[in-house]
Design a protein around this ligand. Sequence first.
Ligand code: NAD
Length: 270
Amino acid sequence: MTDRSSSLDSAGPLRLGVTGATGRMGRVVLATAVERPDCDVVFAVNRSPASDAVEGVEIEPAVAFDALIADREPHAVVDFTGAGAAVDYAVTCAEEGVPFVTGTTGMDETQLDRLCEASESVPVLHASNFSRGVAVLDELLAEAVRRLPDYDIELVETHHSGKRDAPSGTTTRLLATLESAHPGEDEIPDRVHGREGDAPREPGEIGVHSVRAGAIAGEHEILLAGNHEEIRLCHRAGDRGVFAAGALDAAAWLAGRDPGWYDFREVIDA
Ligand code: NAD
């Protein structure tokens, strides 16, 4: 493995490689990066066929990724692609000693294991949501569930019609928070994905509902109801720029660190 971490010059801009560059997120990552004086996009790739330049950045075919890593020596790679592609890029980054930031969701256990293996060789940061507001929502939710363990919980997430995974990666993360914050270990709520027919709410279950429509960047609402009252915790991303900014902050924070598995919360708390 090549060690490129020492090539990070703290005085110069972050040399960045971008994957999935012509996707919904990739385009916004490029638009955000070219506006930031602390970032220098040294290459951007997307699955063939290659497309026109985005934000003045040439788009190279994904097959050139290995050669581009060797040739352009990025300080970090930022990835928003698909689960299989993200893991393949992580493996290459591990072999080449390049820190890897990915926001790609929908990975299965095997893919997550491979991503974890990559973190034995390079720093890896995987976040299902790069919004600072969602990180706070996660904390508020944990507090609400600890204090109101008997309240009914329903979670509704809404995304654009092209989103592949359901429920969203953020929802999976919020569900994990709900389960670990729930005070009664034996009373961890059962997840119920949608309802149809004769389906009254069972005590203790948690309803999960995925809505797909239009161009919505991402909304998550958690309803807690009981005792003749209700609380709604809701986050709406107004623009994908919020995720791009968080991913670039994560890349700047991750570059030059020791190999390991890092959390976006560490970036926020830094
Ligand atoms: P998208 O389908 O618009 O874009 C994905 C891009 O990756 C496409 O251009 C596709 O051609 C490209 N791609 C796929 N395989 C590739 C490969 N092997 N090499 C290079 N390019 C490849 O999807 P999107 O809306 O941009 O979302 C991408 C991922 O990011 C999804 O998993 C989504 O859930 C996730 N996402 C995460 C956050 C976050 O904050 N973590 C925010 C938004 C989206």
